[in-house]
Design a protein around this ligand. Structure first.
Ligand code: GDP
Ligand code: MN
Length: 376
């Protein structure tokens, strides 16, 4: 779950990472008021969930409350990187002397937190990573030991920081690691981490992503509909289902992400195109009824393709839900299914008896049949 910058900065503040003084507002009048209260030049920052706002025109500066009002009025309600801007962060404008980059994420190979830091921070960090990767320092952290002060300090020195800058950086990195661990983040990034004209170090931006699998224990974060690409994805998530809209015409219902990916590959291999995919594996296999409903809502679906291969996810329970959905929703589209896994005999029997559906013997045959019916 991606957090907005202002939410990320609240977490930073909680942990003692310096952030600019500022407030989140939703109207032009409030922007003027905020600027007056801050009593300085301000930066007005669009709160959207994607990065690269600076380059896309989503960050503006204002020297007076009146200019802040005008800038806010111009951004509020506008489209920025396919998101509508409804919230702005108004902050004191920092006098920037240097821009550093600091992030903690997960190294999937080492299964450890990974610190990435660079003295060449700012808006061109992607270019730095591409063209001069040696300018990015990378170190993993043994997760059971945690980040030790000596390691944080070593990274500061590897960036070429000295004296007060090295101390500030070490302190911020240790605190950022605490943010990363205590909120189950999969990304905690500060870009730019600013050294101001008067020698302070301040997080000028905040990008924090919370791991969705930990939201059950991170009760302060509620993943509302605005955090999803579309409304159907949001509703799918309420049932623990993964829904992704694609641009073809075969509606795909699968158990497990691995099988889903394989089926998508097979569809492409045989010349078809998936309209979407809906994954109802793991503990959510009992929600196959809702899975079917969601796939049927997609107007692009010409053929429905169901594949299960479950051990824990019982095929008979899945089939019961599917049969119920088919009886109630009466999909006009042809349905192709391959049902494997625990209880598959009963599962096939249920589909045969209750809705007259004869499952295919294996995934590949089912995919071929679906592609053919879809006209591929
Ligand atoms: P992003 O482009 O979405 O990552 O947004 P950022 O918050 O990183 O802002 C983009 C750029 O705006 C930064 O790299 C800075 O160069 C500039 N910027 C942001 N805040 C300030 C500020 O307080 N003072 C100054 N001078 N520049 C700022
Ligand atoms: Mn940034």
């Amino acid at each position: 779950m991606k957090l907005y910058e202002y939410e990320g900065k609240e977490l930073f503040k909680k942990m003692g990472i310096p952030v600019p003084r500022g407030m989140m507002i939703t109207s032009a009048a409030a922007a003027a008021e905020a600027a007056a209260q801050l009593g300085s030049e301000v930066v007005i920052k669009s709160q959207i969930l994607q990065g690269g706002r600076g380059k896309a025109g989503g960050i503006k500066f204002a020297a007076t409350p009146e200019a802040a009002r005008e800038a806010a009025a111009a951004i509020l309600g506008s489209q920025l990187k396919a998101e509508t801007v409804s919230k702005l962060l108004v902050e004191e404008k920092l006098a920037i002397a240097r821009e550093l980059y600091l992030a903690i994420t997960i190294d999937p190979v080492k299964a450890s937190p990974l610190i990435m830091a660079s003295a060449a921070g700012g808006m061109d960090i992607e270019e730095v990573a591409r063209e001069t990767p040696e300018k990015i320092v990378r170190e993993t952290v043994p997760i059971f030991r945690g980040l030790m002060p000596f390691q944080a300090r070593r990274i500061a020195y590897r960036l070429g920081l000295e004296g007060k800058d090295a101390n500030n950086f070490t302190d911020i990195l240790l605190k950022l690691y605490r943010v990363f661990r205590s909120f189950d983040a999969e990304l905690a990034e500060i870009n730019p981490l600013v050294v101001t004209g008067d020698g302070k170090m301040v997080a000028a931006d905040a990008k924090v992503n919370i791991y969705d699998g930990a939201l059950f224990r991170q009760k302060d974060f509620v993943k509302g509909p605005e955090r999803y690409d579309n409304e159907r994805e949001y509703r799918a998530a309420q049932y623990g289902l993964g829904y992704v809209k694609l641009d073809g015409n075969i509606g795909v219902l699968c158990t497990g992400a691995g099988l889903t990916m394989t089926v998508l590959d097979l569809i492409n291999y045989y010349g078809g195109k998936p309209a979407n995919f809906l994954e109802f594996g793991g503990a959510t296999y009992k929600n196959s009824y809702y899975a079917m409903q969601l796939v049927l809502e997609d107007p692009d679906v010409k053929v429905i393709l169901i594949n299960t291969f479950g051990l824990v996810a019982r095929a008979d329970v899945i089939s019961q839900g599917l049969a119920q959905a088919i009886k109630e929703l009466k999909p006009p589209q042809p349905i192709i299914a391959s049902i494997r896994g625990t209880g598959e005999e009963e599962a096939r029997e249920i589909l045969r008896k209750e809705v007259g559906l004869e499952p295919y013997a294996n995934v590949e045959e089912a995919v071929r049949a679906a592609v053919k019916l879809a006209g591929g």
